[in-house]
Design a protein around this ligand. Structure first.
Ligand code: FES
Length: 70
């Protein structure tokens, strides 16, 4: 699915970026920079933010598990 129509960035492109770098971009601007493009209209910012948040939540350590493992 195309997330950013101005730059033809798909959700798969962004997921691949996150996976390839191994370090989840923290900011929407990091995604544009990593993809060698720039925001134009900005309509995609919330969608990109949501993708980043979902990835961050999926890779976060469960605090209850971390305490139990100690
Ligand atoms: S849709 Fe992403 S900058 Fe326009």
């Amino acid at each position: 699915m195309i997330v950013c129509s101005c730059n033809a960035l798909s959700d798969r492109t962004i997921e691949a970026l996150i996976t390839r770098t191994g370090a989840c971009p923290r900011r929407v601007s990091d995604v544009f920079e990593s993809c060698a493009c720039r925001p134009q209209c900005g309509r995609c910012a919330l969608s990109i933010r949501r993708l980043l948040d979902e990835r961050a939540a999926a890779t976060a350590v469960d605090p209850d598990y971390a305490i139990a493992a100690e």
